[in-house]
Design a protein around this ligand. Structure first.
Ligand SMILES: [Zn+2]
Length: 117
């Protein structure tokens, strides 16, 4: 599942991923591809979570939030791979849309490749 977001405070693209043990993670491939069209948020901490070059790994803890994000519902209902993509809100809407399109394309290509193996 891919949830498209916009972080109005961020100067760079980043994502959250929560992947079942044993399932392939695609977050790194997505961020590397998006890095060809826009800047990546390379902070070691984003929104209070540890981040590695734009990738925040592991499930969120919905108990600490006022309301459950879509990612938490999806994970609870058995979705193997949950991705929340955050476009950099400091960039133009055109740049953010382009970044999300590149990210979706990278994810589809990646999983199409897995299916052929
Ligand atoms: Zn968000």
């Amino acid at each position: 599942m891919i949830d498209l977001h916009d972080d109005r405070d961020s100067h760079g693209y980043y994502l959250y991923q929560s992947v079942d043990a044993g399932a392939e993670a695609v977050g790194r491939q997505i961020v590397d591809r998006v890095g060809t069209v826009t800047s990546i948020n390379v902070n070691s901490e984003i929104e209070g979570r540890a981040a590695d070059r734009g990738v925040i790994d592991g499930p969120c803890n919905p108990d600490t939030l006022a309301w459950w994000p879509l990612a938490a519902y999806a994970k609870t209902h058995g979705v193997k791979r949950v991705l929340t993509l955050e476009a950099p809100g400091r960039h133009s809407i055109e740049a953010r849309v382009q970044a999300h399109l590149v990210a979706i394309e990278a994810a589809i290509e990646y999983f199409s490749g897995l299916d052929r193996e």
